[in-house]
Design a protein around this ligand. Sequence first.
Ligand code: NAP
Length: 309
Amino acid sequence: MAVTHYELIILGAGPAGLTAGLYAARARMNHLLIEKGAEGGQILLTDWVDNYPGFPDGISGFDLAEKMAAQAKRFDLNSMFGNVTSMDLTQKQKRLELDDGSVKTCDTLIICTGARPRPLGIPGEKELTGKGVSYCATCDAPFYRNMHVAVVGGGNTAVQEASHLTKFADKVTLIHRRDELRATKILQEKAFANPKLEFIWDSTATKIDGTDGVEAIHLLEKSGKESVLKVDGVFVLIGVVPNNTMLPLDLLKADAGGFIPTDIETRTTVAGVMAAGDIRSKEVRQVINAAGEGATAVLAAEHYLNNLS
Ligand code: NAP
């Protein structure tokens, strides 16, 4: 099969990848953006985005993804759907293999493969996924009209999506392993004022019961006390794990969590390879900084290409 070469390949079409695509297309670079699933990445799992500048009334995650893709396409973004299974980044010309057997090579690569929801790893979770266990309130909330659901987690995602769930469910119980939420204060204030939202503190989930659907969640308090809460659904919203299976983690010196370290210009330890968005090793994972990193990465790629001998 023919090998196609590009100046720049962008891997992943979340906010980081789509912004990188916008910048690459406008710079008239010989580029290709490869996406495995749907354009938009994790914002597709977000009901409402209230903190992306330029949208004074907020915008749905779906609409924001669509607008980002449309903006890049206005400048002739060159994109394809494909699944990169392995890559060789040891040579000046980087080589990517796709599951259809095709090979793409490039001078520069921007890794924007993002992250996905972290599972709890408890009995019942896997078996009941799609049957009452969910990782996406935006997708599944309407199934729980007039029901009682549990949300596990204490970060921005858990608190924001628990509030969203109260639009449908009669009662939402948020279960957090500490006595203090990690979520930003404005989300906490909204959640504490919501009469349909209850909190169980200092507790971890140990098991989910059910056969055709979720029936109950087992909890273990810090004190050692065990209890069982009857619920119709469990939303697991406890952070993210990196999408890194196709990456050479040793070469990229991935951190302990499998995320990719970069310098402030998004350059990884491999010359000509940048990483942007949630796959980067960092503290803050917001749409706004993913987009900013996507732009920075293209400028770093251009700089690298201009100095390529
Ligand atoms: P996160 O900020 O990493 O929070 C994860 C939460 O889950 C924490 O409260 C953590 O508890 C808990 N947790 C982790 N592992 C657990 C386990 N095994 N069992 C029980 N609880 C566990 O993740 P996130 O809320 O998904 O957010 C991810 C990133 O997206 C963050 O950077 C966040 O700021 C960003 N985000 C922003 C917005 C927004 O700005 N509106 C919305 C959504 C997400 P501890 O607190 O005890 O560690």
